[in-house]
Design a protein around this ligand. Sequence first.
Ligand SMILES: [Zn+2]
Length: 379
Amino acid sequence: MIKGFKTQIYPNKEQQEKIIRFCNASRFAYNWAIAIEQDNYKNGGKFISGYNLTKMFTQFKKQEGNEWLKEISGRALKVAILNAGQSYENFFKGRAKYPNFKSKKRSKKSCATHEGTTIIEKKRIRCEKLGWIPSHKHNIPIGENIKYYNHKLSFDGINFWFSVSVELEDYKNTKPKTESVGIDLGIKTLATCSNGIICKKPNIKKEQKKLKRLKKRASKRYQKMIDYSKQTKIKFVKLEKSKNLLKLEKQILKQYQKINNKLTTNIHTFTKSLINLNPQAIVIEDLDVNGMRKNRHLSKSINEAKFYETRRQLVYKCNWYGINLVIADRWYPSSKTCSNCGCIKEKLSLSERIYVCEDCGLIIDRDLNASINLRNLAM
Ligand SMILES: [Zn+2]
């Protein structure tokens, strides 16, 4: 099995600047390739393979004005172009949405780094064109016969990271299997399981309050800049942000990360406790998260519930430990069905927290009822 590892690294100032430059160049190369594909498509072509794109890029690098690309990690550029080629191909074969350009503001700062020249040690990692970078004490397996893939560097706005995929021997699950588990996902109680385990949302009120305060302070400063821009007719984007504002922006980002970490760790604890039971199967619903987000009143809670994260964790953890993961059909009426007699209610409003069956007289918590129905799908 392939397992992903990620560790924080502590590059010096010069290395930091280089990594950010590699990430930006990687985005540049990706967008360059997408633009080439778009032109080709407009002119009636289908798609250009990643391999051919890299050949074209080698020519492009030689053109005048593109000398700066020579200082960039070649691997970072190549992988970005291959990725662009792959996303275009996926689009043509109906496997993915139309690939967009990566925006400077919104896209993640990350780039590939050369496998062959990377050396991983306990407390430091050597990367192409960067040299040794101290790292956090990590648990990436080290050894001569270990196969590594997808070496990547990234920057989240505060910290720098190194990630890699490692081929490991398949885990041999010898523990006895227990009863299957159905999971009903929700907003207040993030997950209700058919075996009674629940996953509550962690308390993030304190962190959110602080975030709100910081955002308010920043918005005052933005307003000042907007006013100044109106007065002087200098474009807003050309104004330099004050040191205080830059500091505030960093604090805001940090606060977002703090909240995000708290939510993700909570889900890890939950999924781990389920996996430890070693159930025959785990059944979850296939939620239409994007559709649900359209409800403005719920969109924030839906983001915080992290349904995708729960599913992502269950998918890879079940895969590692040989547990069967069943994803129920989106239209399966898990909430409306009586888990005792199987009759289906026509209407069940969101406010009805207790399920009362008129046919068999069952009275049960709504979410628990849904989770039992999901579990029954596995049988
Ligand atoms: Zn019933």
